[in-house]
Write a protein that binds this ligand. Structure first.
Ligand code: ADP
Length: 264
């Protein structure tokens, strides 16, 4: 731990400096604790698929196995390797964002055509699960964003809406404008998030129900990445949800007034 001893309590500059050093030390200790917890969870996440892989590889090597059984075990090994791979991809993304080697290049994007292309990309997956997908967006809204990063954000939120909704429900992508800002919401009629879990869903590796998340293939990293991506682009993200009713994630950005349309 970073131990500092700064007993100066005077009300002058020296006292202020002592106080700053103290709070800096507290902050460093907090970060160190957070990092250790993160590493512990990650090790756990990596170990789980590896345990399956090793276990099933040991069985699959047995000479007395029938072909169908061996095929089944190899299938599990294959699935778990894919899981390991996507976890590593997500970790790599986080690491890049943390060291700030990660560049964003913003441009002025017309929202309705941008959302339309995202909509078309995800529509088949929704249709496949018999979930209706709607898009509501006015023309002539512009935002300053990095299109590929922002697409990553929306695809992540839509993937969650799909994962956590049952068939014959509706998911809506909705963009609205209010004074100086634009909100984009992804609204689903899925399983919802329990009230106690809502404050934690943007935390790294947080999953509402580990068994449910494992069945749907999540690591609890998606939303922490989404939040970071929204914030580096200057936006905010929030969530409202009620259990069995559905969930609404809202992203708010400053509106970019299009010079062409304002000057004409
Ligand atoms: P995961 O990869 O597990 O989906 P996320 O970081 O994307 O991880 O989400 C964290 C947790 O928040 C999920 O495990 C899930 O329980 C909950 N969650 C996220 N989006 C939704 C949603 N649209 N509806 C219900 N629960 C959700």
């Amino acid at each position: 731990n970073f131990s500092v001893s700064v007993p100066v309590r005077s009300k002058d500059e020296l006292g202020e400096l002592a106080q700053s050093i103290q709070s800096l030390a507290n902050e460093l200790n907090y970060l160190k604790k957070e990092r250790n917890e993160f590493l512990a969870s990650i090790s756990h996440e990596l170990r789980t698929p590896l345990t399956y892989i090793k276990g099933y590889a040991d069985i699959a090597r047995r000479k007395d196995l029938d072909i169908p059984e061996r095929t089944q075990y190899l299938e599990i090994i294959h699935e778990e390797s894919k899981r390991l791979n996507s976890l590593l991809d997500e970790l790599f993304n986080i690491a890049r964002m943390d060291v700030n080697t990660f560049t964003i290049s913003k441009e002025t994007v017309p929202l309705s055509s941008f959302l339309q292309s995202v909509y078309e990309k995800v529509l088949p997956a929704f249709t496949n699960k018999n979930i209706q997908l709607n898009l509501e967006c006015k023309d002539n809204l512009f935002m300053d964003i990095d299109p590929s990063r922002f697409e990553q954000v929306l695809l992540n939120l839509l993937d969650n809406a799909l994962k956590y909704s049952n068939e014959y429900t509706v998911t809506t992508i909705k963009a609205t404008e209010s004074i100086g800002s634009i909100s984009i919401s992804i609204i689903d009629q899925g399983v919802g998030i329990p009230r106690a879990d809502i404050p934690h869903v943007f935390d790294r590796l947080y999953r509402v129900e580990k068994s449910r998340a494992r069945a749907t293939g999540g690591f609890g990293l998606g939303l922490s990445i989404v939040k970071q991506l929204v914030e580096v682009q200057g936006g905010t993200i929030s969530v409202k949800s009620s259990i069995e009713q559905g969930t609404c994630f809202t992203i708010i950005f400053k509106e970019k007034k299009n010079e062409d349309s304002s000057s004409s």
